[in-house]
Write a protein that binds this ligand. Structure first.
Ligand SMILES: O=C(O)CCC(=O)C(=O)O
Length: 305
């Protein structure tokens, strides 16, 4: 076992775990180099495409790369880490022994940009036959209170599955009115570069804008138990099974009676959570009236909760 019984119990009770200083300095240095290469290669790109999600006003002088999609396919350093025992072993401990890679993304949070991610549950985006799914967050730079680290609501993975629709359209965000009671117990996942976080697929989480001086990169890899099958996705079985990292293929989903809502219809042309949530933020005034939105600074939130 890569994790202690205490760490596994903590994850089960709280829905998240942080492993501080989990990756060595050489790995962190390699990840930073890979980020720099990916960002520099985006200088010739002026809009989002299959590899990059690009924010408004992006130029080589003022880079606005919000995300590298499928980083494991774009750079060998990310591809190797996605399969590395340092990552997959603790994941296997939390998923019950088997592991299938699901998807990856490298989120940058440029300093000063409007880059908050509103409260949401990953489960709302990709419901499965059971909820043995989690996301690993790899901290490539220090995650501090100010630079927009992940925030979680401990224990929320055992609570309701919230509606992420507004006016019948999937916007990928929970109305903070629904979370008013729980928001004061939010935990900010701050830790030095090289640390990793693991959060359950039903965990309510989000992150504020980056009020620090430099970009905050966060590499996210999602994994699931081999017997968790997506409920609403067209997939190719051979491709699906090619992503098994521990355990044997099965055609027998383990089905649990869990609350599910299908994440459709989508915002037209939406390409990522940033586009899905843009309409949630346009209604920020009404949300802010009832509770803090993540676009606010930590001080504003403290003052209001
Ligand atoms: O990058 C972040 O700060 C949060 C990302 C996130 O929650 C997501 O992409 O699901």
């Amino acid at each position: 076992m890569a994790l202690s019984a205490e760490q596994i119990l903590f994850y089960r009770a709280n829905g998240y775990l942080v492993l501080e200083g989990h990756l060595g300095p050489d790995t962190v240095a390699a990840l930073r180099r890979a980020c720099d290469e990916m960002v520099a290669a985006a200088d010739s790109v002026d809009r989002s495409n299959k590899v990059y999600d690009i924010g408004a006003g992006h130029s080589p002088e003022s880079r606005r790369v919000r995300r590298v999609k499928d980083p494991h396919l774009q750079h060998d350093t990310f591809g190797a880490l996605m399969r590395a025992p340092e990552i997959v072993d603790p994941v296997a401990d939390l998923l019950g022994g088997t592991v299938r890679f699901d998807h990856g993304k490298l989120n940058f949070k440029p300093a000063g940009a409007d880059s908050a991610i509103e409260w949401h549950q990953d489960w709302a985006f990709y419901p499965h036959s059971n909820d043995d799914l989690l996301a690993v967050g790899v901290m490539i730079e220090d995650c501090t209170e100010d630079n927009g680290p992940l925030m979680v609501l401990p224990g929320s993975h055992r609570g309701p599955v919230y509606d992420h629709h507004r006016d019948g359209i999937f916007i990928g965000a929970i109305d903070p009115v629904e979370l008013k009671e729980a928001l004061p117990s939010a935990v900010t996942l701050t830790a030095p570069a090289g640390s990793i976080s693991l959060h359950h697929v039903r965990m309510v989480h989000g992150s504020r804008a980056n009020h620090g001086a430099s970009t905050r990169p966060l590499l996210l890899f999602s994994y699931m138990a081999v017997d968790a099958f997506p409920l609403f996705e067209t997939w190719d079985l051979a491709e699906f099974d090619s992503r098994i990292l521990r355990g044997q293929p099965t055609k027998v989903p383990r089905q649990l009676a869990l609350p599910v809502r299908i994440p459709h219809p989508r915002v037209p042309e939406a390409d990522s959570i940033f586009d899905d949530q843009a309409s949630a933020r346009r209604a920020a005034n009404s949300l802010a009236a009832a509770g803090p939105t993540l676009a606010q600074t930590p001080a504003q939130v403290r003052a209001e909760t």
